[in-house]
Design a protein around this ligand. Structure first.
Ligand code: NAD
Length: 259
């Protein structure tokens, strides 16, 4: 299936590895020109080179912290008018809510709620003018079923989800869709770090924590960044113009609800 987005431009945040990289790679395979960001220059440049080599598309790498105003300014200077925006940043740390003060909460809100809102604000009107836009926010299955040690994520991402539900209905008549992609357990460094945190909290080994998590997944395996990136590319396709304001789980059937 031709997704009809060859030649479009995309800003993919936090994309040197993990889910952001999966999204960037799958968009590049559709011929989308990329601007990718991450904090570490070396890993980011290596990912940019890998994507260029495989797909031949142009990839601009901007090393910056996307959760800061300066970082967003640098990313938008490199890609002021993206047709596609993939919002992503590192997730907040696990822990007990009694340990989190206002500063910790503000950091989580900045990264996982306010940064995507700022980037949407900066880019959505151009998309509306050009009558094409696809915005995908990487959130978490935690917005549908909270994860107890990730209270910062449960809270900050639910705030973003509520905001998106409101605006996604306003942009779609201009062929600008806004959706959220909810990873369940996709095998990345972040997931591996969570096994370590769970193991510590429960007093079990990391291997046991991994096996316990795997046992909860009907698909019988963790997801890959390819599984996740393919869903992102479809949401960014021309064909997906009638899908907006949705929260798509990519979780191998882990969420048990009927809806
Ligand atoms: P990861 O650690 O594998 O990759 C994170 C990427 O983000 C890296 O490229 C890193 O350099 C970049 N990054 C982090 N903070 C940044 C910042 N401030 N500015 C720019 N770049 C930054 O993580 P991942 O598994 O790909 O997770 C991505 C997001 O999805 C996180 O918010 C995570 O909490 C969330 N999530 C992941 C899963 C999963 O199963 N992997 C599940 C639920 C939610």
């Amino acid at each position: 299936m031709d997704f009809g987005i060859a030649g479009k431009s995309a800003l993919v945040c936090a994309a040197s590895k993990g889910l952001g990289k999966g999204c960037a790679l799958n968009l590049a395979r559709e011929g989308v020109r990329l601007t990718i960001t991450a904090r570490g220059k070396e890993a980011l440049e290596a990912t940019a080179a890998e994507i260029r080599k495989e797909t031949g598309v142009s990839v601009t790498a901007v090393s910056c912290d996307i959760t800061t105003p300066e970082g967003r300014k640098a990313a938008l200077a490199a890609c002021p008018e993206p047709d596609i925006l993939v919002n992503n940043a590192g997730g907040p740390p696990p822990g007990d809510f009694r340990e989190w003060d206002r500063e910790v909460w503000l950091k989580a809100l900045d990264a996982n709620m306010l940064t995507p809102i700022e980037l949407i604000k900066a880019t959505v009107d151009g998309m509306i003018r050009r009558r094409f836009g696809r915005i995908v926010n990487i959130t978490s299955s935690a917005v549908k079923a909270p994860i107890d040690i990730l209270g910062l994520s449960n809270g900050a991402r639910s705030g973003l989800t509520g905001f998106i539900a409101g605006i996604a209905r306003k942009t779609v008549r201009h062929n600008v869709t806004i959706n959220n992609l909810l990873p369940g357990a996709i095998e990345t460094d972040r997931l591996r770090a969570n096994f370590a945190a769970v193991a510590k909290a429960k007093g079990i080994s990391i291997e046991e924590a991994r096996a316990e998590r795997m046992a909860e997944i009907p698909a019988g395996r963790f997801g890959t960044i390819e599984d996740f990136g393919a869903a992102c590319a479809f949401l960014c396709s021309r064909q997906a113009s009638y899908i907006t304001g949705q929260n798509w789980l990519v979780d191998g059937g882990m969420y048990p609800g009927t809806f």
